[in-house]
Design a protein around this ligand. Structure first.
Ligand code: ACO
Length: 321
């Protein structure tokens, strides 16, 4: 693997916010239940913008911040579990909209671990043929949410975030760990399609989220600390040396539990789940961008990126920002 550096970060969320109180007018829930069980106060919900639209906004912001021409990009990878279509990929649509004519482009599907999985793939591409890479996590989860199901509808939100990375003489990726547990995939399912027995087959609707929340909660609180510890060991580092832990924003209680297991203070775990809910592959790059803009992450800081979710999947990267 060749060395690379994150050049810049950016994010974009749809304008409309939906509060817990507003949700409680359309389903049997309450602000109190959602806040105390998850830490979520509101989420941003798209009004007509699709996954590629959000990603394109992020892509334009990234290119403007780095002063890069779209044509200088060699590769675009988009992590998403809510693509606009089976084909073209969201990344191909974004490549076209940005005018990044020299970039190859494809999507990565690893649910809430998607951003770390996409960065891992980018790391393996970067080198002699690829010097400038755009990696974005983008989701419009509201289109695959069952708005009658209070056990999932209150959790998710829409948004996108991303990074530009470029070859660099110094190593910035210090360690990593990725794992998949496909035998437990039925604990979190969305967009399931079925094959009919008849000919011609009838087209079935795409199924919305179904989740065994307690099982995913147990998985996350067990698998994430192990993944982080393994990645730290690979890097020859300890949790004490880490400046910031950017965890997937699924539930504040999961983040608190991971902090306890790693024996680290919550001050090292910035959160924004109260504002955005769970935005799956977009949650880590949105939080990373906010932390960089607020000065919570500075050049040279040791940052852990860790995601978990559908698959089931988990993925961690240790980065010197
Ligand atoms: N409002 C009010 N009551 C509710 C709601 C709601 N929105 N949802 C569920 N309840 C009720 C249940 O019906 C249940 O009632 P009962 O006791 O009468 O049966 C009660 O609240 C408790 O339900 P639980 O499911 O046990 O609640 P829990 O404390 O486990 O919290 C939650 C549920 C928030 C989903 C939690 O399990 C969780 O965060 N799980 C992890 C989810 C996750 O991390 N997903 C990440 C991956 S996402 C991805 O990859 C896309």
């Amino acid at each position: 693997m060749n060395n690379w550096q994150i050049v810049t970060t950016a994010s974009y969320v749809p304008q409309m916010t939906v509060s817990n109180d507003r949700l409680s007018t359309i389903m049997d829930t309450s602000d109190e239940w959602i806040r105390t069980r998850t830490g979520i106060r509101q989420r941003h919900i798209s009004q007509g913008e699709n996954t590629a639209d959000l990603a394109t906004q992020v892509g334009q912001r990234l290119l403007a911040k780095a002063h890069w021409a779209p044509t200088s990009l060699d590769l675009i990878i988009i992590a998403t579990m809510s693509p606009d279509s089976y084909t073209p990929s969201t990344a191909a649509i974004v490549q076209g909209l940005l005018g990044a004519t020299a970039a190859r482009a494809f999507d990565v599907s690893a649910a809430c671990s998607g951003f770390v999985y996409a960065l891992d793939i980018a790391s393996r591409f970067i080198g002699s043929e690829c010097h400038r890479v755009m990696v974005i996590g983008s989701e419009v989860l509201s289109k695959i949410t069952n708005w009658q199901d209070r056990t999932t509808a209150v959790l998710f939100g829409d948004g996108a975030g991303g990074v530009l990375i470029e070859t660099d003489p110094e190593p910035h990726l210090l360690g990593q760990h990725l794992a998949t547990f496909g035998d437990r995939g039925n604990q979190l399912v969305a967009g399931q399609t079925r094959v009919n027995h008849q000919f011609p087959p009838t087209i079935t609707d795409v199924s919305p989220f179904q989740m065994n929340g307690r099982a995913v909660y147990r998985f996350a609180t067990h698998a994430v600390p192990i993944s982080i510890q393994t990645a730290l060991q690979n890097a020859g580092l300890t949790a004490d040396q880490v400046d910031r832990f950017i965890l997937h924003q699924a539930n504040i209680r999961i983040i608190q539990q991971v902090a306890r297991r790693l024996v680290q203070p919550m001050t090292k775990f910035p959160t924004n789940i109260d504002q955005y809910g769970n935005t799956s592959a977009a949650s880590e790059p949105i939080l990373l961008d906010e932390c960089v803009r607020q000065g919570l992450i500075r050049r040279g800081d040791l940052v852990v990126l860790s995601g978990f979710g559908g698959g089931l999947t988990v993925g961690t990267m240790i980065i010197k920002y």
